[in-house]
Write a protein that binds this ligand. Structure first.
Ligand SMILES: [Zn+2]
Length: 223
């Protein structure tokens, strides 16, 4: 079963993809993770992606599709043929490209989960993110507190806000989501694949709602 989780940054889609994947025997394919791995390895591609992301823009469709294609090949060679996509597709062109990538493998998109969270909650969640300038540990002060304000519990380093978690950058990403990614809900909605889940509740409740939606989708795709 191939599933896409769609939602703005801060909607918890990465967390949900991590939780749901093992339950349904699907490998998570996160373009964000793949981009970060390229950046960390300082490949030519990684350097280009780093620049694009730092400016708050989306990585081009063609480049994104090439990375996904490569990842699908790697997973297939490990015998994995069920995927849960996180952060991809982000544009209609990417969705069309994904259809082609799956079709050449005799597969298709089986279900799309849309996670909705009110915009003011998203902004609060994202602007509460901090990273340790010492060890790189991530915190979200909306969900956790540290022993000392603005100090890392693990190494005593100073917690700072990343430039892309500043209000201007957050608003830019939400705008890109509304303009480019939301139209995907019509694209997949026309095929009856979309289930909307309220992402503004406990992680466990969100997970239950997604599992429920997927079992309904599994019945439909067998019928
Ligand atoms: Zn630290």
């Amino acid at each position: 079963m191939n599933i896409i989780v769609i939602g703005p940054q801060g909607s918890g889609k990465g967390t949900q993809a991590d939780l749901i994947g093992p339950k349904i025997g699907a490998a998570k394919l996160s373009t964000g993770d793949l981009f970060r791995a390229e950046i960390a390895a300082e490949t030519p591609l990684g350097l280009r992606v780093k620049e694009i992301l730092a400016s708050g823009n989306l990585v081009e469709d063609e480049l994104t599709l090439a990375i996904v294609d490569e990842r699908l090949n790697t997973l297939a060679s490990d015998g994995i043929s069920s995927y849960i996509f996180d952060g991809f597709p982000r544009t209609t062109a990417q969705a069309v490209g994904l259809d082609q990538l799956l079709e050449t493998r005799g597969q298709k998109v089986d279900a799309v989960i849309e996670l909705t969270v009110p915009e003011d909650v998203l902004i609060e969640r994202m602007s509460s993110r901090r990273v340790c300038s010492g060890c790189g540990a991530n915190y979200n002060l909306a969900f956790q507190t540290t022993q000392r304000d603005d100090i890392c519990d693990q190494c005593g380093g100073q917690l700072v806000q990343r430039p892309d978690d500043m209000p201007g950058a957050i608003r830019k990403r939400l705008q890109l989501y509304n303009d480019l990614t939301k139209p995907l809900l019509d694209f997949y909605g026309a095929r009856g694949l979309v289930t909307t889940v309220d992402g503004n509740q406990d992680v466990e409740r969100v997970q239950e709602a997604i599992v429920h939606a997927l079992s309904a989708a599994a019945i439909n795709s067998e019928a």
